[in-house]
Design a binder for this molecule. Structure first.
Ligand code: TRP
Length: 449
């Protein structure tokens, strides 16, 4: 059984896949405006520190569990337990985690579908298919179902091809493309009037805003979502790593790449927003906050692109290709969590498991689409605000308290020979035992208020 398991063929393959999971809609539509509204450069600095203090140790914890057990989250947590109670608890946490991953995917695919529609719209215009372009721009249920279904099918098709030919192959193709599009767009936007002001707003630090503890805690939550933690995504990617790779080093690289791309996305988003403002487009909400999320992506940007004539069409194709790619490399990592559980614990083969689970997830997306006003926000907060932090705490507890200490240390040593002399070695074990669970709990309580 174990020799049939997939494996990443190289470190780069893992890095592309894990960074692809981390870099998603959250990095592009959430992070930049949050930074600009909360102290600019000062927030960036604080975010970087927090990402390394809180999210990074939890990420290494997931990688350690995954590679140690060489299994999906349910089986992995089950084998860590020493008695019936901890084994049962492990399976329960595991099943809950993949359920949360599936629910996240069911609303993520809806939003990703909108990105596909916005990508298709200018293409249809270029081809002279005005009717199709208008339909893609509408908010009809049929259009939402079609684009969400297409996106889910693309996710399933990649996962059905397995770790090396699916996840790794597509991440290594798409991530460099994502980065190139991002850089190209930044270079173009920098030449437009108003861009400088956006850059100033984004980068000039205002340290007085950092005294608010609520802000720091919400930045921790953002870091947690951005690194895809708690639901077994990083755990399963870790299980496909070879024993010759160093988990602390790879984890640090993923954290740096994720924060680096979030930062770089800000170099695009803030200048673009101020270019839009220079064209007379409103970029602040009525409450005086910078627009973020759907308001930013589906109102401000299309309004800006439509003032730019021919260039606008190409910009809009490039921008929504960027968003669709970012979403796709994240969604495949979400789907891999339940698919790996089913293929490793039942007789179902990967292809069958991927399509079955994909269909179930699409059914949930359909239910959400039919009840958008009540179910969408509920699904988002149930998963990202409540479940993810609690699952994160559970995983830290498993590594810190239930996994045997020598197993843990051996896993860290594998692929990292001189680790015993490092700072990481001295701090991390204590960190996941106590500091991480307490910090995550604090962030969680804060988010309830
Ligand atoms: N990190 C991704 C983003 O920033 C989303 C994501 C992918 C995710 N896999 C996840 C979030 C698992 C939570 C859990 O958009």
């Amino acid at each position: 059984m174990s020799d049939q398991r997939g494996q990443f063929s190289s470190k780069i393959g893992f890095l592309m896949a894990a960074t692809g999971s981390a870099v998603g809609l959250g990095n592009i539509w959430g992070f930049p405006t949050q930074a600009a509204s909360n102290g600019g450069g000062a927030f960036l600095l604080a975010y970087l520190v927090l990402a390394f203090l809180l999210a990074y140790p939890a990420l290494v914890a997931e990688l350690v569990i995954g590679r140690h057990a060489r299994a999906n989250i349910v089986t992995a947590l089950d084998t860590l337990g020493e008695n019936r109670a901890t084994k049962g608890l492990g399976r329960a946490v595991g099943y809950y985690g993949v359920l949360v991953a599936s629910l996240i995917l069911s609303f993520y695919a809806i939003v990703a579908g909108w990105m596909l529609a916005e990508f298709g719209k200018p293409l249809a215009q270029l081809l002279g298919w005005q009717g199709a372009a208008d339909w893609l721009a509408s908010d009809a249920l049929g259009r939402n179902l079609l684009v969400c279904g297409l996106f889910t099918a693309a996710t399933v098709a990649i996962i059905a091809k397995g770790v090396e030919n699916g996840i790794e192959a597509w991440s290594t193709r798409l991530m460099p493309l994502l980065f190139l599009i991002l850089l190209g767009l930044i270079l173009y936007v920098f030449t437009q009037p108003g861009a400088g002001e956006g850059l100033k707003n984004y980068l000039i630090p205002d340290f007085t805003q950092l005294t608010d503890p609520g802000l720091l805690l919400s930045a921790m939550g953002q870091a947690f979502f951005s690194l895809s933690l708690g639901v077994g995504t990083m755990l399963i990617y870790g299980s496909y790593l070879r024993k010759t790779d160093s988990l602390p080093r790879l984890g640090a690289a993923v954290t740096l790449l994720d924060t680096g791309i979030a930062f770089t996305a800000g170099l695009l988003i803030l200048p673009t927003m101020y270019v839009a403002q220079a064209q007379g487009i409103a970029i602040y909400s009525e409450g005086g906050d910078l627009l973020a999320g759907p308001g930013l992506i589906f109102q401000v940007l299309p309004a800006l692109f439509s003032t730019m004539g021919g260039a606008g069409i190409w910009l809009s194709i490039a921008f929504f290709a960027l968003m669709s790619i970012a979403a796709l490399t994240s969604s495949i990592s979400m789907l891999e969590a339940p698919v790996s559980v089913v293929t490793e614990r039942t007789r179902l083969k990967r292809t069958g498991a991927a399509w079955t689970i994909g269909l179930l997830i699409f059914a949930v997306s359909t239910i959400i689409l039919l009840n958008m006003s009540t179910l969408f926000d509920a699904a988002v907060s149930l998963t990202t605000e409540y479940s993810q932090p609690l699952l994160g705490i559970a995983l830290c507890v498993f590594v810190g308290w239930i996994m045997r200490r020598n197993q843990l240390l051996n896993e860290l040593k594998a692929g990292h020979r001189d680790i015993e002399h490092s700072l990481f070695w001295k701090i991390w074990p204590f960190y996941v035992r106590l500091v991480c669970p307490v910090l995550i709990l604090l962030a969680f309580i804060q988010s309830l208020r």
